[in-house]
Design a protein around this ligand. Structure first.
Ligand SMILES: [Zn+2]
Length: 135
């Protein structure tokens, strides 16, 4: 696994660039995310909103789903970064936490960031203890 600080720096930049592509005409809340795979590939995502609000997709899920569409499988991921214009490091929603819990190892580091530079490192398991899993 690459050294986390460097990997997170790259991921943060990728997430920041992805944020510029957000389609958020309703909330005006742009979010970017990026994931790193075990084999060194990076996938980014932005939030994509819809007039039917329930169809909106978050940046974290866009990044993970893009990686899955490119052939990645659960457990292939080693780090995820997400960034938004928030006073504190942005906090992923419950849906994204559940998707991370399904596709990523519990100990996988997650970097939460803000445009102002605030960051907080956490993990998938810390973000969603007791996640839903089929028996
Ligand atoms: Zn979300």
């Amino acid at each position: 696994m690459p050294a986390l600080p460097r990997a997170f720096g790259d991921l943060r930049m990728l997430a920041l660039n992805a944020r510029d592509k957000a389609y958020a005409p309703y909330s005006n809340f742009q979010v970017g995310a990026a994931v790193l795979t075990r084999d060194g590939r990076q996938f980014s995502g932005c939030n994509v909103e819809n007039a039917a609000y329930g169809l909106c997709n978050c940046a974290e899920r866009t990044a993970l789903f893009s990686a899955m569409a490119a052939g990645c499988r659960p457990g292939d991921f080693v780090a995820l970064a997400v960034i938004a214009d928030t006073p504190e490091p942005v906090s992923p929603c419950g849906a994204c936490r559940q998707v991370m819990a399904e596709l990523c190892d519990g100990e996988m580091p997650v970097l939460l960031g803000s445009l102002g530079g605030a960051t907080r490192q956490t993990s998938v398991a810390a973000l969603l203890p007791g996640s839903f899993k089929l028996p």
